[in-house]
Ligand binder design. Structure first.
Ligand code: DAH
Length: 343
């Protein structure tokens, strides 16, 4: 009777454990030396000799029954534990994952970098200059007469206005760095100057009051107009691709003589004429020319010893032509759907 209730109790407890670790513990509690089964086994020796075989056999049967239950329960628990592990380990491929999207440079910065790379490949250095500039560097040192229309307050944003000797303005062009650079460096000079420029313009599809230019200056012995043309042609092929054609159209700038404008064939009509290029087939890309001897002399160079060429390109314009962007305002609107297209 005692054995029967011990076995029944053991089987109940085996059914109740929920992990294999608990089961291992229970195993020794049920069958070990100090368990009820252990106690019954010890009592066997005190039974009359003739009763021992039967009692022994019953005990062994009970132990086998318990062992069978332990084994069955163990394999049950093991498989459900494996199931649980599998379930908790599973990857839900439909779950939305929160990731940090890598950013990218603004298209204008990329354009500046690409232009700089091309000219660095030709041996140019890259320099930067002040955005608030003396009227002297922006105009006078660049051979611009006192009453030039660009100097008017309606065109130029002044920080200090009135006394021509110490007027300060937001530079209208990157060209003042030509003089600043020559003042600080001996010839030969091959330098590229990217930067912000400012004009008192109303915003429309082709104008921003804050825009960018990239200035180039080369001064050396015996620099000729053909050097300018070859350099710009090389640049246009590298930047726009071999399909784009260029032309130099005569123009006037106070600080270059002769002066020209660089045109690149229109990306919309491929040069046949359309609304964008005003039916001309060409898009204006840069001003350029041979550095006026006055500018060389004012900068401390000897215009009888050295000559040079210079050019100034609109950075926004370069990017617009290159990527077929029709409205300059996309550069300042910070619409990520637009900016992300230019990775
Ligand atoms: N600074 C001129 C502008 O903003 C562009 C320019 C013309 C730059 C001729 C030059 C140059 O270096 O040689 O319109």
């Amino acid at each position: 009777m005692e054995l029967f209730s011990t076995v029944a109790d053991a089987l109940d407890r085996i059914g109740e454990v929920s992990t294999t670790a608990e089961l291992d513990l229970l195993d020794s509690q049920i069958l070990g030396r100090n368990s009820p089964i252990g106690a019954i086994r010890r009592q066997l020796g005190q039974l009359p000799v003739e009763d021992r075989p039967t009692a022994g056999a019953r005990l062994n049967e009970a132990v086998e029954q318990i062992n069978a239950a332990l084994t069955a329960r163990r394999s049950q628990l093991a498989s459900s534990e494996a199931d649980r592990l599998l379930a908790s380990d599973a990857v839900d491929v439909t779950a939305e994952v929160w990731t940090l999207r890598p950013g990218n440079e603004h298209l204008l910065q990329r354009t500046v970098d690409e232009v700089c790379d091309i000219f660095v490949g030709l041996g140019y250095r890259v320099a930067e200059g002040p955005e608030a500039e003396l009227a002297w560097y922006n105009f006078d040192a660049l051979n611009t007469p006192p009453h030039h229309p660009a100097r008017a307050e309606s065109d130029t944003l002044y920080v200090e206005f009135g006394n021509p000797a110490d007027e300060v303005l937001l530079r209208t062009q990157t060209s003042p760095m030509q003089v600043r650079y020559m003042e600080k460096h001996e010839p030969p000079v091959y330098v590229l100057v990217p930067g912000k420029t400012f004009r008192s313009d109303a915003i429309d599809a082709t104008h921003l009051p804050v825009f960018h230019q990239i200035e180039g200056l080369a001064v050396d012995e015996n620099i000729k107009f053909s050097d300018l043309k070859g350099t710009l042609a090389h640049f246009a092929r590298e930047f726009f691709g071999p399909k784009q054609r260029i032309r130099l159209r005569p123009h006037f700038f106070p600080f270059t003589e002769p002066s020209a404008e660089l045109d690149v064939s229109c990306f919309v009509c491929d040069g046949t004429g359309c609304k964008l290029c005003g039916e001309s087939g060409w898009l204006e890309m840069a001003g350029c020319g041979m550095v006026d001897p006055n500018v060389l002399d004012i900068s401390g160079y000897d215009s009888r010893q050295v000559s040079g060429f210079a050019f100034g390109m609109g950075t926004e314009r370069l990017a617009m032509v290159r990527h077929g962007i029709a409205d300059i305002r996309v550069f300042i609107e910070n619409d990520l759907r637009v900016l992300r297209q230019f990775r």
